[in-house]
Design a protein around this ligand. Structure first.
Ligand code: SF4
Length: 465
């Protein structure tokens, strides 16, 4: 049960000839919907003419047949789903951002958060920039435009911009003739690209979006890499590669990404199963059945079951139709919301010693409600195991793990948390093993674990001047 929200999802497509790029982007966004449910948008370039549509809501709410038809066919498109990790959730903050400047037009989508956006924003405002939104993305687009006006070459402008902006950013950028993508120097957020049988190139936050449009995964962008896709194919610019310690967000594997995605050569599904097996080794307990909290706790529960030999069962059924906007204003209604979202299967749970696997505990309130629900279904014992370490620090790189005050593990020991949430025992995955769940295949081998251990790969610039 998730108390943490995803960041954003980005998508880009380049077709050598005119193609239904808006429809394909729509499919890509559908596959990335789990990364952001607050707004969605698509921008299309047809012969250098830009059309775009963006609004608040799910992909299915923002786009219908008429909207997609209005965007029409083209050669290039970029698209975005958003969760507001910086800037509030309203229409003005929806992406793509489209910029018309003296050299032409450009559109941009961003996943991640900058750590120096306040400073950059103030400096840009002093230069006369008037911001329309409260997002980091607009800071990036102004910086990029300013560099473009200086250099007259978008690639050079982006190289310069990457030396100015700091933090987490996976970007897709569309000019009238090119699709450009880049990953920040640490590679916090995933970004990969692939190709369809028709020679259409696709860039996406996760490989599941490539699958959705029939594209074969070529590879992930390296940390710091820029790729430029145009009539000449793909050109890689590696000037910013190997300049910083690689720090892919380990929580992508634990929770954010879809299990059918492959990130840096590692199946998310397999990484979650490995997390479950590590948990079984670290926190064994006598029990009758292992159940997972849908969806991202399920793979880890299978891994725990396989390692421990304790049978795995589906013990909780998720109502897939409850959206983010479901109204639950009062405490009692919030209690009932857990019951609406998840319903225990009493036949699996009654009189059993349950191992309950979830992907995280943030405040503890959701876990407490869930455990109450499972006890109500007749569980004899509940041993909660969490497939991530305890959160003890805020994240500055594009999630809403915001402040220490909201993190239960900052105030209480594991034993105390078990008492608070009502579990008989509680065990978290160790940080050492969290780093191992995707180990061995990642080319760079470096992960961010800052929200668990406070080792920030890049410090947040707290100064606002
Ligand atoms: S601080 Fe945590 S959630 Fe944020 S990028 Fe690092 S590992 Fe991911």
């Amino acid at each position: 049960m998730h108390e943490i929200n995803e960041e954003c999802g980005v998508f880009g497509i380049y077709s050598p000839k005119t193609a239904p790029v808006s429809v394909l982007s729509y499919y890509g966004l559908y596959a990335l919907q789990h990364r952001g449910q607050e707004s969605a948008g698509i921008a299309v370039s047809s012969g250098g003419q830009f059309k775009y549509h963006r609004d608040t809501g799910l992909v299915q709410d923002v786009f219908d047949n008429d909207k997609i038809a209005e965007l029409g066919e083209g050669q290039i498109a970029i698209a975005h789903v958003r969760y507001s990790t910086s800037g509030s959730s309203n229409r003005i903050n929806a992406q793509p951002i489209v910029v018309n400047h003296m050299g032409g037009s450009m559109a941009l989508c961003h996943n991640g958060n900058l750590v120096n956006s306040n400073k950059l924003r103030s400096a840009l405002e002093r230069e006369g920039c008037i911001f329309q939104s409260t997002t980091d993305t607009e800071v990036i687009s102004y910086t990029l435009t300013r560099e473009y006006i200086k250099t007259k070459v978008l690639e050079e402008a982006l190289i310069n911009t990457m030396d100015i902006i700091r933090g987490a950013y996976s970007l897709v950028i569309m000019s009238s003739r090119k699709l450009i993508a880049c990953r920040d120097k640490h590679g916090f957020r995933p970004l990969c690209f692939g190709i369809t049988e028709d020679g259409v190139y696709v860039v996406a936050s996760e490989s599941c979006a490539l699958d959705a449009v029939g594209a074969r995964l070529i590879r992930d962008l390296r940390a710091g890499e820029i790729i430029v896709i145009d009539e000449n194919g793909v050109n890689s610019i590696d000037i910013h590669c190997n300049k910083a310690k690689a720090a892919l967000c380990v929580f992508e594997y634990v929770y954010f990404a879809r299990p059918d995605s492959i990130i840096e050569g590692v199946s998310v599904h397999e990484a979650r199963q490995r997390a479950g097996s590590f948990l079984a080794l670290e926190h064994p307990v006598q029990a009758d059945v292992v159940i997972g909290v849908p969806d991202s706790g399920l793979d880890a529960a299978i891994g725990y079951s396989r390692q421990s030999g304790i049978p795995y069962e589906i013990g909780l059924i998720k109502n897939k139709y409850i959206g983010r906007t479901f109204i639950a204003p009062t405490q009692q209604e919030r209690e009932n919301l857990v019951r609406l979202k998840l319903n225990p299967i009493s036949e699996v749970i009654r009189d059993k010693r349950i191992i309950l696997i979830d992907d995280s505990i943030v405040r503890g309130t959701t876990s407490a409600r869930l455990i109450k629900l499972i006890r109500g279904a007749g569980a004899r014992e509940i041993h909660m195991r969490v497939s991530a370490p305890p959160f003890t620090n805020p994240c500055y790189y594009g999630t809403d793990i915001e402040s220490k005050e909201k993190l239960i593990a900052c105030k209480y020991s594991t034993g105390d948390i078990a008492d608070i949430i009502g579990a008989d025992t509680l065990g978290f995955l160790s940080i050492e093993n969290a780093k191992q769940i995707a180990k061995g295949v990642n080319a760079s081998g470096g992960y961010c674990t800052a929200c668990f251990d406070g080792n920030y790969p890049v410090e947040k610039d707290m100064e606002i001047d």
